[in-house]
Design a protein around this ligand. Structure first.
Ligand SMILES: Nc1ncnc2c1ncn2[C@@H]1O[C@H](COP(=O)(O)OP(=O)(O)OP(=O)(O)O)[C@@H](O)[C@H]1O
Length: 248
């Protein structure tokens, strides 16, 4: 398996405070890789560095051979690294189909010159993505009326519309019922199994993390304190006792 993403000595400072403090991270293609750690460990800041929302203060970030550190989010997304964001409240009155079509339009950049064949191709492509996340029966439903779990699935669909090779998910099961969480886990596993997608996720629910991940990286105070195969990290008593506490 080749390495799709490699971060080396990644630092992001806010004034004199290092929210991400010399992080090394290697993510192999086709794997599910979780980044965990207590509140304030630096996970969200790390994700913002990966997607280009934040520029690294120093360090290197390579995605499939391209140095992406400091490149703007649209460039990073076009290279194939996309994050599912909580965006369904931006256009609450759009239907599921309209939302995914809009995301596809932004990828194709053909807004002005859309012939009818392009419209129908776009609809087919959108329906494919909607089907992938299990929302076919809700294609014509306004996104604001979807359940919380289905809204998160739509957010994954909007990211998939960018045809990413690497998908970032920040707490994908937050606020979900156990049933909704199981569906999200199955969706993420299907994306890697069927589409060969690589997934990096941050998650507080340890059952989800160790149920789904190939590799786990543990952060604390901006630094990586452990990483490796999920079973090894889970067996690391020090990590479990000190950093995961009663959640372990
Ligand atoms: N823009 C900013 N300016 C100053 N400090 C920041 C900024 N963004 C994050 N921080 C600080 O960096 C540290 C890491 O925050 P971050 O949100 O990355 O942690 P996290 O691991 O995602 O936490 P959580 O699990 O609570 O979401 C925190 O102490 C936070 O206050």
């Amino acid at each position: 398996m080749s390495d799709l993403l490699v971060a080396s000595g990644l630092v992001r400072a806010f004034g004199s405070f290092h929210a991400v403090d010399g992080v090394d991270l290697t993510v192999a293609e086709g794997t599910i890789h979780s980044v965990i750690g207590p509140n304030g460990a630096g996970k969200t800041t790390l994700f913002r560095l990966l997607t280009g929302i934040l520029r690294p203060t120093s360090g290197r970030l390579d995605f499939d051979g391209d140095q992406i550190g400091g490149k703007p989010p649209d460039v990073v997304a076009r290279l194939g690294l996309a994050q599912a964001f909580q965006t369904t409240n931006i256009f609450p009155r759009m239907t599921v189909l309209e939302s995914v079509r809009a995301a596809l339009v932004s990828r194709h950049r053909r807004t002005r010159d859309m012939l009818s064949w392009f419209h129908s191709r776009l609809t087919d492509e959108a329906m494919e993505v909607i089907d992938r996340v299990g929302l076919s029966e809700f294609a014509d439903v306004e996104s604001q009326t979807l359940s919380h779990g289905d809204q998160r699935a739509l957010e994954v669909a909007l990211a998939l519309a960018m045809r990413p090779r690497l998908l970032l998910l920040d707490e994908p099961t937050a606020g979900m019922s156990p049933f909704e969480s199981q569906r999200m886990v199955a969706l993420v596993q299907g994306l890697t199994r069927d589409m060969g997608l690589t997934v990096i996720l941050s998650e507080h629910d340890m059952d989800t993390v160790f149920g789904i991940s190939d590799e786990v990286t543990v952060m604390h105070q901006g630094k990586v304190i452990a990483d490796g195969p999920a079973a090894e990290v889970r067996a690391n008593d020090e990590v479990m006792a000190i950093y995961l506490g009663s959640e372990a």
